[in-house]
Unconditional design. Sequence first.
Length: 297
Amino acid sequence: MRQLLSTFFLLLLSAALYAQEHSFEFIPNHIYLNAEVNGKTAHLVFDTGSADVYLDSTWLAESGVKYSQMGKAMVRGAGNETKPTVLIFSGVNISLEGKQYSPQMVPIIDLRAILGNKADGILGLGQWKGKIITIDYKRSKLTVSDRLTSSQTKNYSRIPIQTDPKHPGRILLPFEVTVSSGNTIPGKALLDLGSGGGLVFTSKAAGKFGLDKIQDKTPFHFKHGGVGGESAGYEFGIEQLKVGDITVPKQKVRYSTDTSGAMASDVYSAIIGNEIWHHFTLIIDLRESVLYLKEES
């Protein structure tokens, strides 16, 4: 009897060790995790398009938290500019459902100008290298685990992805867009859960595939398009988007006209954000480089 009880508690301990579930709020089209940063409440936006942790400048000023090791550097992200940015070099301690993280070199940015007043920071993928991350938008649950069983992926589409341990915030997956009859664009997209939009082609891809020649389109411009400041481009309609064996029917997509930054990259042709992903449950296996995708009703 004692041996059975010991085995039972070991199994419970094993389960607790390899899976941790986090509740989140999805507003507006962003995943907000409730955390503490150096003992102060902070709402962190989960961002698979970033490897890093960022803190909002207003949150830091209001929190009263002080850091002794700080400096400045030029930081580039979405948007056209490279900006001088304050960095914290050590001492940032994040608590997330009891799990502790201590990232290095945390940039301080005006995040609320980009995402709104609820955003206190960004949590990138650098803390979860080699993990399995499940995002269940319907239940508002994010689970981080070390193991994945075949039963967990039943009825999911399996899509190979490209990951790079040197660039944790770069998950690339194959996609195909049918712009119109006879005009299909294949490529690799950045899986970007830090984006509240849908599919946005980079400016390099727009030039390569002649998207700038599309007549029926609507311009857009963001004064605060990302860490790199202003961002602009055009919105237009497509026939369908295909990711793996899943087809998303007619919708609006965009292409960027940025001349530098993340949306001028030639590493990927587009980014795909939460406007599309929130219709699915995602299992991102960073260990085996596989995305499992299941459409939700």
